[in-house]
Design a protein around this ligand. Structure first.
Ligand code: WT7
Length: 661
């Protein structure tokens, strides 16, 4: 807990109050949520959430909204049955079969408009193909695909069969893929020969080749192709999706009716140990909550063109590219390549080309656009009515730039705080109902009960501008069900700190978010960042322990610790502090090995910013590494309290070594 961090002058200046911006009347006039009563109605616990579930088609209606009898294993819409693929596709066919569901822009500007009818056909054929290869209800299918149509199609085909998917972000390494395949007990990997990065073909399938060598399991591999002909070597053992689809052309698969509580997917995320956690999400509560927040927070209407420029390989893409928007029957844009390819105006060019109404991105991207300059967006004729940020705190300067230069001062902005675990937005304004305040997520979403606790579990006074641990005091429908295969870890990570774990009463259970936050006097929440050993690098969540164990794999390294360094562009970047073994020279070669070990174990996106060699790491008497002190060194701050260290002189030595670098 960074107590010293949270009370000092630096925090004060970060919390400088900002002025408010009202939503433009044209926005308010057309918004989905315009009545403040929604807070009271949805807040009627638990039946208030029935309104969310009623946005969906159910095969059988639920008997009970909520069952809290076995905390923290809460159940939602108990007795209800539904299928997510039916809700995202079939039910829209009567009204909008010829409307584009997914509008895909390839790296080279190729466009694919997949209508709801096309999506229906392709998802059915894919489901038939998967089933023919043995995929059955409850089999976990690992999907390692980039931003190509095959990704949402495979996800929805799995959902149709009732087979939970586990999408592994394409940027993850072979090792990370192997680890997640094993951890999820998955017998299938779905991949592709390659895709485009900055205009160049990037071979991807080799990560699967390697993962098969590394994994304990022996999953079947099904592969899509980026073009008609393979662009990389494909093992004869792999099944080509194209061939399978030909065999199953025109086939239909009845959507498997799933219990509301049956899992829809797993999403692995970094935690405070070296092992990523498989957050398990349920079908009914998840889909109901993401559909409702897509409607009320993102203001999505079926006729809109909506673009969330995230990657589907992270939770943002699951909830707010695929499931939420498609459940509402809108048009969701997907783009394959990076924002600067082939020029820094690409994003705005696409926004103009498809006449995007609602745009969704991360503060990291906004800071990058800001650095590139307003001349890029100025060249294009686009007009957003609504914009979202997600993933990290947004600095007021970046917010103001986004508002002015991208929103043209007449689009609303919602800053949405949530997590892989929460499934959907928890802190955010409903855009027509409250003014925006740069840098603040705003109020709690309807039905959500956040609070702040100090380290001993006492309540921090409400709306007092004081920092504390952000917790959620009441369950909500899209919360994770458990950590796949590890209920104990689920309880330890999210509940043990602030709950009476002996109690059967759900009211005694409090969800710990792992973030620090403040609530200012106007009731608006501002999330400050992680309090545990989890970093946020360009909106990607990384556990310091995962980075450390990768660095420690290098033979010459005796010990390594990782600390986040603040970075103007990426928010945070990892610094590695390494102690080499006796007799090893502290060289650039060892540095390079550490960097490549991280790339191999996790992925290139996790690359350390600096590798610093030190003689010793700051440790407590019991041998625990005090990363907080390394973080202070990385960020040029005061060392803070060093009296609990076994050797209090270590930090100064490190500082000297660092400065001497
Ligand atoms: C962590 C969750 C939620 C989808 C993307 C990230 C940070 C997220 C905000 C925000 C301040 C934010 C938190 C959170 N975070 N949104 N609007 N303001 N911080 O999902 O990878 O699970 O990361 O991202 O620290 O705990 P994730």
């Amino acid at each position: 807990m960074p107590d010293d961090d949270m009370t000092d002058v630096q925090l004060e200046s970060r919390l400088r109050e900002q002025e408010y911006f009202s939503p433009p009347p044209e926005f308010v006039g057309q918004a989905n949520a315009t009545d403040r009563d929604i807070y009271d109605e949805v807040g009627e616990f638990p039946e208030g959430f029935d309104r969310y579930a009623e946005l969906l088609d159910w095969d059988e209606r639920w008997d009970r909204t909520f069952d809290g009898s076995n905390p923290p294993f809460f159940e939602w819409f108990v007795g209800g049955k539904l299928n997510a693929s039916h809700n995202c596709i079939d039910r829209h066919l009567d009204e909008r079969k010829n409307q584009t569901a997914i509008c895909w822009e390839g790296s080279d500007g190729t466009q694919e408009n997949i209508t709801y009818r096309d999506l229906y056909r392709r998802v059915n054929e894919t489901a038939a193909a998967l089933r023919a290869r043995g995929v059955e209800e409850d089999d976990v299918v690992t999907i390692h695909l980039p931003m190509v149509p095959a990704l949402p199609i495979t996800m929805l085909a799995c959902a149709r069969l009732g087979a939970p998917h586990s999408v592994v972000f394409a940027g993850f390494s072979a090792q990370a893929l192997a680890e997640r395949t094993d951890s999820a007990d998955s017998d299938y990997i779905v991949t592709i020969d390659g895709y485009y990065r900055r205009g160049a073909f990037l071979s991807h399938i080799e990560k699967t080749d390697e993962a098969l060598d590394l994994a304990d399991r022996e999953p079947d591999v099904l592969t899509w192709l980026r073009h008609d002909e393979p662009q990389a070597d494909i093992s004869d053992d792999y099944i080509r999706m194209g061939d399978l689809l030909d065999e199953h052309a025109g086939e239909r698969v009845d959507p498997v009716s799933r219990d509301a509580e049956d899992p829809l997917f797993l999403m692995y995320t970094s935690g405070t140990t070296g092992k990523p956690k498989g957050c398990q999400h349920r079908t009914g509560g998840y889909l109901a909550y993401v559909a409702a927040t897509s409607k009320h927070v993102l203001d999505i209407k079926p006729g809109d063109t909506y673009w969330c420029a995230a990657d589907i390989g992270w939770i943002t893409g699951h909830s707010y590219i695929v499931y939420g928007p498609l459940a509402l029957g809108t048009t969701s844009v997907m783009y394959e390549d990076t924002p600067d390819h082939p020029h820094k105006g690409r994003i705005w060019e696409i926004a103009e080309k498809y006449d995007v109404d609602i745009f969704h991105t991360s503060p990291t991207a906004v800071r990058m656009f800001m650095k590139w300059g307003e001349e890029y967006p100025e060249r294009y004729d686009f007009d957003f009515r609504h914009m979202t940020t997600v993933g990290e705190p947004i600095q007021p300067e970046a917010w103001l730039w986004y508002y002015k230069h991208i929103g043209g001062e007449d689009a609303v902005i919602v800053d949405t705080w949530w997590q892989t675990e929460t499934g959907g937005h928890l802190l955010t304004n409903l855009p027509a109902l409250d003014d925006m305040k740069p840098g603040s997520a705003g109020r709690a979403a309807p039905g959500i009960e956040p609070a702040l606790l100090d380290d001993s579990g006492e309540n921090v006074p409400e709306a007092a501008g004081q920092a504390g641990n952000l917790v959620i005091e009441r369950p909500w429908p899209s919360m994770l069900q458990t950590v796949y295969g590890d209920d104990e870890r689920f309880i330890d990570t999210y509940w043990a700190d602030y709950s009476d774990t002996d109690s059967d009463d759900w009211r005694d259970w409090t969800y710990k978010a792992g973030d620090g936050a403040v609530q200012s006097q106007d009731g608006y929440w501002r999330v400050l960042g992680r309090l545990d050993d989890v970093m946020n690098v360009a909106g990607h969540r990384l556990g310091t322990m995962e980075l450390e164990s990768a660095a420690a794999e290098v033979e010459q390294v005796a010990e390594a610790a990782v600390a986040p360094r603040e970075d103007a562009q990426k928010g945070e970047v990892p610094d590695v502090y390494a102690v080499v073994r006796e007799g090893v020279e502290e060289s650039d070669a060892v540095r390079a090995e550490i960097v490549s070990a991280v790339e191999a174990e996790i992925g290139k996106f996790a690359r350390p910013a600096n590798v610093v060699f030190v003689d010793d790491l700051p440790k407590t008497r019991s041998g625990k590494i005090m990363r907080r002190i390394l973080e202070n060194i990385s960020n040029g701050e005061d060392l803070g309290n060093t009296t609990t260290l076994r050797d209090p002189s270590v930090p100064e030595q490190i500082r000297e070594q660092t400065v001497g670098e």
